[in-house]
Ligand binder design. Structure first.
Ligand code: CP3
Length: 343
C-alpha cells in the first residue's frame, strides 16, 4: 500500500465507486487565474523557473476543482535545456530547440551531473507545493520518456510523424542510442530529486510512443521506461509510477507489467471496455475522456464520463482525460465533469 490518499490507494489496486480524478495540463491557459500569473512571470519558461509562481499555478486547479492530485508545474523540455540545448517557445506554435544530429552535437551537451544547477528551481517548487497541499491531495512529479524528449531534441520542434528522429535512428544509430541512453540516465536523477523534494507519484510521458513500431517500440519506449522505473524503485520503493505510452495501441497490453509501472495511462483512441479487458487485469488504469468534451460540454460530456466510470468500475481506476486539456476549454465544463464523477 502506497499511502492513504485516495489516488495512492487506487495506485495500490483499490477500486472506488467514485474514482480519484485529475487532468493532464490542469494548470494551463484555459484558466483565467493561470493567464494572470503567467503574465506576471513574463513568459512560460520564466514561470517554470519561478518556484513561488510555479507553486501558485500548480495549486490553482486544486483550489478551484479539488482534484485528488496536483501535478508539478514544469515541462518535459526542461531536461534538454538543463543539458545545454537552447529552448524557446514561439507564441501560437510551440517549442523550438537547438538540434542534435551527430556525435559532435552530443559532445557539446553538459555533463549529466550539471543538470541540477538548472533544475533546482523545480525541486524548490515541489517543496513549496508539498507544504501547501490539502492533506488528501497527492503530488505528482513527472518527466518525458527518453524517446519523446529525443524527438524534440533531434527535430528542434514538435513534428507530426517524428520523422527526423526516425531518420537519425536509421542513419546514425550510434548517436541516436547515445542520446536515448543519456536521457535515460538524467531522467532517473531528475525524478529521484523530485521524489526527495516531496513528489509522491511519478508520471512518465511517452507522448510519441505511437510512432515506434514492433521492435523499435520495445527498444526505445518500453526498455528505457523499464530502466527508469527499476532505478527509481530501488531508490524509492514506495513511490508509485504511472506510464503513458500514448497511442501505443495494442502495445499497451502488458506495458505496465513489463515496465514495472503501477498504472497505465491511456489516450482516447482506445475504448474503455477494451482497456478494462486487456489492461485493467494488470492493475490501475488512468483515463480517458476525450479532451474535446472540455470545449463542447453538455449531455455528451455527462454520458461519456458515466460510460468511462462504469466500464472501469470494480477495478482500480484514476479518472483523467486522454490527453491534455486545451486552451479553448471552458472551466464550467471541467466542473460538470467533476460533478458527474462525484455525483
Ligand atoms: O499537466 C500539467 O498541468 C503540468 C505541467 C505540464 C506542462 N507540460 C505545462 C505546459 C506537463 C505535464 C507538460 C508535459 C509536456 N510538455 C508534454 C507531454 C504531455 C503531452 O502533452 O503529450 C509535452 C510533449 C510537452 C512539450 C510542450 N510544452 C509542448 C509541445 C508545448 C506547446 C504546446 C502547447 O500546449 O502550447 C508546451 C508548452 C506548455 N507546457 C504549456 C503548459 C501549461 C503552455 C505554455 C503556455 O502557457 O503558453
Amino acid at each position: 500500500m502506497f499511502g492513504s490518499k485516495k489516488i495512492l490507494q487506487a495506485l495500490s489496486g483499490k477500486a472506488f465507486d467514485i474514482p480519484p480524478v485529475w487532468m493532464m495540463r490542469q494548470a494551463g491557459r484555459y484558466l483565467p487565474e493561470y493567464r494572470a500569473t503567467r503574465a506576471k512571470a513574463g513568459d512560460f519558461l520564466s514561470l517554470c523557473y519561478n518556484p513561488e509562481l510555479a507553486a501558485e499555478v500548480t495549486l490553482q486547479p486544486i483550489k478551484r476543482f479539488q482534484f485528488d492530485a496536483a501535478i508539478i508545474f514544469a515541462d518535459i523540455l526542461l531536461i534538454p535545456q538543463a543539458l545545454g540545448a537552447d529552448l524557446w517557445f514561439v507564441e501560437g506554435e510551440g517549442p523550438r530547440l537547438s538540434t542534435i544530429n551527430s556525435t559532435e552535437d552530443l559532445l557539446k551537451l553538459r555533463s549529466p551531473d550539471a543538470i541540477h544547477e538548472v533544475l533546482n528551481p523545480i525541486y524548490e517548487t515541489v517543496k513549496l507545493v508539498s507544504r501547501e497541499l490539502p492533506k488528501d491531495t497527492a503530488l505528482i512529479g513527472f518527466a518525458g520518456a527518453p524517446w519523446t524528449v529525443a524527438t524534440y531534441m533531434i527535430a528542434g520542434k514538435g513534428t507530426p510523424d517524428q520523422k527526423p528522429a526516425h531518420e537519425l535512428m536509421s542513419k546514425d544509430l550510434k548517436t541516436f542510442e547515445s542520446l536515448i541512453n543519456l536521457l535515460t540516465k538524467v531522467t532517473i536523477e531528475y525524478l529521484s530529486m523530485q521524489i526527495k523534494a516531496g513528489a509522491e507519484v511519478i508520471k512518465i510521458f511517452d507522448s510519441w510512443a505511437g510512432s515506434l513500431k514492433a521492435d523499435q517500440f520495445v527498444r526505445y519506449s518500453l526498455e528505457p521506461i523499464k530502466e527508469i522505473i527499476a532505478a527509481l524503485k530501488t531508490r524509492h520503493p514506495n513511490i508509485p509510477i504511472i506510464a503513458f505510452p500514448r497511442q501505443a495501441n495494442k502495445q499497451y497490453i502488458g506495458f505496465a507489467k513489463n515496465t514495472g509501472a503501477n498504472c497505465i495511462a491511456i489516450d482516447n483512441s482506445i475504448t474503455p471496455s477494451w482497456a478494462r479487458k486487456y489492461l485493467q487485469v494488470d492493475g490501475c488504469v488512468q483515463g480517458n475522456l476525450d479532451p474535446r468534451h472540455m470545449v463542447t460540454g453538455g449531455v455528451k460530456l455527462v454520458e461519456e464520463t458515466k460510460k468511462i466510470i462504469s466500464a472501469f468500475s470494480g477495478g482500480p481506476h484514476i479518472f483523467n482525460l486522454g490527453h491534455g486539456i486545451t486552451p479553448d476549454a471552458n472551466p464550467d465544463h471541467v466542473q460538470l465533469m467533476i460533478d458527474t464523477i462525484r455525483g
